[in-house]
Design a binder for this molecule. Sequence first.
Ligand code: ACO
Length: 403
Amino acid sequence: VYDVRKLYAETGAFTYDPGFTSTASCSSAITFIDGGKGQLMHRGYSIEDLAEKSDFMEVCYLLLHGELPSHAQKAEFEQAITYHTMLHEQMLYFFRGFRRDAHPMAVMVGAVGALSAFYHDSTDITDPHQRMVASHRLIAKMPTIAAMAYKFSVGQPFIYPRNDLSYAENFLYMTFAVPAEEYKVSPTLARAMDKIFILHADHEQNASTSTVRIAGSSGANPFACIAAGIASLWGPAHGGANQAVLEMLQEIGHKDRIPEFLERAKDKNDPFRLMGFGHRVYKNYDPRAAVLRNSAHEVLDELGKRDDPLLDLAMELERIALEDEYFVSKNLFPNVDFYSGIILKAMGFPSSMFTVLFALARTVGWVAQWKEMIEDPGQKISRPRQLYTGYGPRDYVPMDQRD
Ligand code: ACO
């Protein structure tokens, strides 16, 4: 192994911090997390207040503009979003090109990346107006893309957006309505959906947001950057965890088997991890999990599924894990993904759509962070260093002298 210490000593010091556990990659005024206190704030407003008192459109405005909107600003913002809810009609061919059994996240990565080919005017990142139009387009079109990915996977006709409905209502309508049948959106479900969107809107420099910033730091267009963020979110250690939670609960199957799975989660030779538990930053409690646990009860009551065995199992698993020395000593608590899967399943979403909904909600965070980065006068292309562990210099061996 090449001794790089001398070389690095000559070229200047840098930190070796795999996984960025203690390196700030940027400065940001959007989101603050106090992991020790289990606190999350957007622009100074607590996530509990926003989830309880606000709505998703208002939170989008707050993340993008830094302040809560006035009445007029809110109306203008909603108008700007609804103006862009339709997709270019040729995008339909794009969807139809996928295999029917494609994972909807695969469809979403492709469709969002392709937006740059359809909305070329918004790819000029030097124009502040076009940056805002691109942000509006992405926030507005994500529900349409997500609903189309779902409709395509179940073989139903695409349902076009309805701009007289709220953001969450319109998404539920495009997903669950079928032609020639009346579909009424339940206000309780629409509110729960809106809350899920608020809780996932931004979470500072997580893997997907950092991916968006790194991709954007080269000047890449916003649609390409958000597609990169979606790809990163897809992983089971990040946005894919809510799908994994549900699969895990189904595998556990019964309360009696909880201890067996907890033991497996502690065994370092077993790759099994308790999905929906643990967080890089929260070392006390994920405040979003607490809001969603209450929401889970409201939604299941509304749907007449109060005795849902999976919710029972999840609550029992949480109770036992929080009393277990291993989980307590490692500060492992339920994260936002632990309860969201149960709510989404009860609403009728297949588990393959869970991460898609996460991406839909996180889009505003991604675009707000992307805009903040572009507008930062000190912005530089992201170019991490490495700790080289390979060979030192050696002579080239011609092919006729090799084995
Ligand atoms: N089950 C069992 N043990 C765990 C778990 C878990 N879910 N999470 C962490 N640990 C253990 C690790 O084995 C490690 O033990 P050690 O100290 O004996 O080596 C210790 O706790 C610290 O874990 P790390 O993996 O170092 O923590 P890190 O900050 O890198 O990982 C992560 C955080 C990825 C969220 C991890 O807790 C995990 O994989 N959780 C399950 C997946 C999940 O729920 N992801 C969603 C995250 S939230 C989001 O993306 C919205």
